[in-house]
Structures are given as structure tokens and as C-alpha cells.
Design a binder for this molecule. Sequence first.
Ligand SMILES: NC(=O)c1ccc[n+]([C@@H]2O[C@H](COP(=O)([O-])OP(=O)(O)OC[C@H]3O[C@@H](n4cnc5c(N)ncnc54)[C@H](OP(=O)(O)O)[C@@H]3O)[C@@H](O)[C@H]2O)c1
Length: 183
Amino acid sequence: MEEALIITNRSIVIKTHINGFPKETDFELKVELLKGKLGFDDAFNYKEEADLKATLRKHFPHGIDVYFDSVGGEMLEAAVANMNLFGRVAACGAISEYTGSGRKAAPDMVEVIYRRIQIQGFLCPDFLSVHSDFISATCDHLRSEKMVSVEDISTGLESIPSSFAGLFHGSNIGKTIVQIAVE
Ligand SMILES: NC(=O)c1ccc[n+]([C@@H]2O[C@H](COP(=O)([O-])OP(=O)(O)OC[C@H]3O[C@@H](n4cnc5c(N)ncnc54)[C@H](OP(=O)(O)O)[C@@H]3O)[C@@H](O)[C@H]2O)c1
């Protein structure tokens, strides 16, 4: 059975070192990257959407079955509002809520009840027992290019604060990595 999946984090699907991107973040470029190179059916720039519930309704006319959430806040509320019966949410992160500036998510619990939606926390350490399987399956997918890797690499210890702060402004494109030394 085919299910509609929404992910609010592009860095789990990854390839190539993109050192050539402009310093100023180009969000349209991110959208193009997701839809082109990374092979997603669709993507949008959430910063330009005034009504996330309506945006998700437009992109998922038949509803959402699975939501892997890294963001929390309004995006989580909008995803829950668009979920199908027995939809599932894996709550992995709530980056919009960490700095205190964003609103905490308050998904409509009546919708959760009537649509029997399951929301479950996801924490990496719970899966340490299958870590080696994860590594070998991921390496196979990278080799066969079923998965691609985008890494956003800065160099030097002194770049750690700006790289870390950039996570909250979307200035990274891909997995943020700080290279401390060259082996
Ligand atoms: N549960 C676990 O075991 C576990 C382990 C590691 C990490 N995490 C969590 O996973 C999440 C992602 O971590 P990561 O290292 O993969 O970071 P990442 O690659 O930088 O991804 C962060 C994503 O969140 C988006 N984002 C940032 N602020 C946002 C906002 N206010 N509203 C909507 N989207 C926003 C960014 O989009 P733009 O760049 O387009 O803004 C980006 O796609 C974090 O919440 C982190 O705490 C959980």
C-alpha cells in the first residue's frame, strides 16, 4: 500500500559536498534541490506560507499518512490537521520551539481522537541494537544512489558557534559538519 509521507528535514536524504552554494541562504535553491536531485515528489518553502494547514491540504489532497517531525510548532499542528484515519507521527525533534521564540505545538486533540492518530516520540538511543544494520543498509543505499548525501561543511573550531546558530535560521544546506582537522 502506498502512503503519503511528509518529512520536515531534508538532511536524512543526502549527497555531495555543496561547497559552492552562496553564503546567503537561497530557500528556492533548497526547494529545487529537494524536488530535483533528492527526488522528492514535491517541496515548498515554509517561510513563504501564511497558512500551513491550507498549504499542506493543497500538497496532500488525499491526506497525510505518516509525518516524521523534526520541527514541532505550527508545522506539527498543520500536519495533524491534515492526517488521515490512523495516521502516525514520529516526533523526532521540535527545532522551532528550542529557542523560545516559536509557539509550542498544540495539535487539535479532538482530531487526534476521532482520526485515531498515533503520536510517538522517536529517540535514536532506543535503536542502538540495530545500529550496525542501519550503517550497512545506509551504506548500500548510498553506494547504489538510492540515498544521496548533502553535507554543509565548515572548517575550524572557531566555526562551531556560527554553524550551530545557523541550524535555527536554516542557513545550512544539508547535514551540518564542522571539520576540526584533516587526517
Ligand atoms: N530524536 C532524536 O533522537 C534526535 C537526534 C538528533 C536530532 N534530533 C532532532 O532532529 C531535528 C533535526 O536535526 P538535524 O541535525 O537533522 O538538523 P537540520 O539538518 O538542520 O534540520 C533542521 C530542519 O528544521 C528546519 N527548521 C528549522 N527551524 C524551523 C522552523 N522554525 N520551522 C520549520 N522548520 C524549521 C530546517 O529547515 P530550513 O533549513 O529550511 O529552515 C531544517 O530542514 C532537530 O529538531 C534535532 O533536535 C533528534
